[in-house]
Design a protein around this ligand. Structure first.
Ligand SMILES: Cc1cc2nc3c(=O)[nH]c(=O)nc-3n(C[C@H](O)[C@H](O)[C@H](O)COP(=O)(O)O)c2cc1C
Length: 192
């Protein structure tokens, strides 16, 4: 069976460091037989969550914009790979907006259709790719904590991460071919 991956590019930079890493991982995955649906978040018009809880009855977000189409493409996939830069120790604004709109899925999962206490394994495999300019030990802690809860509403596990320190300017990633090779290899084995 061909595994279908939703690859979410969350940087405002089209050709930035995380985009290059995700593309390398997806190249590896495609070479190994996966099919990839690439979603560049900056191409979509999405309002932030307005906290009106129009989703309270049915788990469907009341704001109608590109959110629904992006959500459906992700939910149609067997696996999800998200690449975000670290911005102020968390995810990019593009991703945070999408993440907050997924509160409608949280409402569905935890208020409308609560599951039995016994926890089932997540339906989707999940990969997180990130990059930051600095090198501190805690650089990815805030981003990973947000992502763990976000992946939970998408019914995805945080099964694998690729976290790259010391990348700042656009193109910096190309000074580290070992990072790109690691991404390609990861993509080739992870999505089997
Ligand atoms: C708004 C903004 C906030 C940032 N915050 C951090 C940060 O908290 N820690 C850090 O190490 N780098 C930070 N950076 C640097 C980016 O994480 C870094 O340049 C990264 O490689 C960008 O990835 P991209 O090219 O995929 O967008 C920030 C950059 C911007 C523009």
């Amino acid at each position: 069976m061909t595994i279908k991956i939703a690859a979410v590019y969350a940087s405002p930079r089209r050709s930035g460091n995380t985009a290059a890493l995700l593309s390398a991982a997806m190249q590896g995955a495609e070479d190994a037989g996966a099919s990839v649906d690439s979603i560049v978040l900056r191409d979509y018009a999405m309002s932030p969550c307005l906290e009106i809880y129009g989703c309270k009855e049915k788990g469907e977000c009341a704001i109608r914009d590109d959110f629904q189409a992006v959500r459906d493409r992700i939910l149609a996939a067997d696996a999800i790979a998200v690449a975000t830069p670290v911005f102020f120790y968390t995810v990019s604004a593009h991703l945070k907006i999408f993440m907050d709109r997924c509160q409608s899925l949280w409402v569905k999962k935890y208020w409308i259709d609560p599951q039995p206490a016994e926890k089932l394994p997540p339906a989707r495999k999940g990969l997180i790719i990130s990059a930051g300019a600095t090198k501190g030990k805690k650089l990815f802690d805030g981003m990973l904590l947000s992502m763990r809860y976000f992946f939970d509403v998408l019914d995805a596990g945080v099964d694998e991460t690729l976290l790259c320190r010391g990348l700042d300017f656009e193109g910096d990633i190309h000074r580290f071919p070992e990072y790109l090779e690691a991404a390609r290899r990861l993509g080739a084995v992870f999505f089997r």
